[in-house]
Design a protein around this ligand. Structure first.
Ligand SMILES: [Fe+2]
Length: 196
C-alpha cells in the first residue's frame, strides 16, 4: 500500500464573499504583467499596463502534503473586468499528472469554466453560486469571469497532481470568451495550436 503522510484532522473557514481562507498558507496573486501573450488583444493589454498592473486573480492555498492520498484545497478568486473584449481569466493549466481530476464548487459570481483535453476536445460549463464543475482527467481548465462581481470557487484536487502552465502558455485554449453586444460569446482562438 502506498505510504501517505499522516496529518491531524483540521478545519478552516472560507469566506464566500471574498474567498479568503482562514488560516491559509499561501496566497498567489496574478496580475496583468504575469499574463504575457495570453489575452487576444495585446494592444489593449499594453495600454492597460501603462495605467496599472491590475490584479486579475488570487488563489488561497491550504498546505497539506502534496502527495497521492491527500486532497489539495484552495480558493480561486477571479476579479471582474476585460482586456479589450476578453474577460478576465486565470492562466489555465493541465495537471502535471494529466490523469487527475478536480472539482470547482462556485461560491459567488458568474462565469465560465473553459476546459480542453489534450486531444483538443473542449467544453464550457457555467459557473454560478451553488453550482459545481467536474473537471475530468486530461482536461486543462481556466476560470473566466463574465459577471460584475468576483468569481469565487473552492477547488479540490488530488495531492501530487502538480500544475503544467507551460502548455497553455505556448499553445493557448482553442476557444476564447469575448464580449459581444454586452454578452459573453465563445469564439475560436486564432492563435491556438493543436497538441496532436
Ligand atoms: Fe487544476
Amino acid at each position: 500500500m502506498e505510504h501517505v503522510t499522516r496529518t491531524d484532522p483540521f478545519s478552516f473557514s472560507v469566506d464566500p464573499s471574498t474567498g479568503i481562507v482562514t488560516p491559509h498558507d499561501n496566497l498567489i496573486q496574478r496580475r496583468l504583467s504575469h499574463m504575457n501573450g495570453m489575452f487576444m488583444d495585446q494592444a489593449a493589454r499594453e495600454a492597460m499596463l501603462e495605467v496599472e498592473d491590475t490584479l486579475l486573480y488570487e488563489v488561497y492555498e491550504v498546505e497539506v502534503p502534496d502527495e497521492a492520498g491527500h486532497l489539495m484545497v484552495c480558493t480561486s478568486i477571479t476579479y471582474p473586468g476585460k482586456v479589450g473584449r476578453e474577460y478576465f481569466m486565470t492562466k489555465g493549466h493541465f495537471h502535471e499528472k494529466i490523469q487527475t481530476a478536480e472539482i470547482y464548487s462556485c461560491l459567488r459570481g458568474q462565469g465560465i469554466m473553459m476546459m480542453e483535453s489534450d486531444r483538443g476536445d473542449w467544453k464550457a460549463e457555467p459557473m454560478t453560486q451553488g453550482r459545481a464543475v467536474y473537471v475530468p482527467p486530461y482536461y486543462a481548465h481556466r476560470s473566466i469571469n463574465t459577471g460584475q462581481e468576483p468569481l469565487i470557487s473552492l477547488c479540490v484536487y488530488p495531492g501530487g497532481a502538480g500544475h503544467d502552465y507551460a502548455t497553455i502558455e505556448t499553445k493557448g485554449f482553442r476557444k476564447l470568451v469575448l464580449e459581444k453586444n454586452g454578452k459573453p460569446e465563445i469564439e475560436d482562438n486564432p492563435k491556438w495550436k493543436s497538441r496532436i
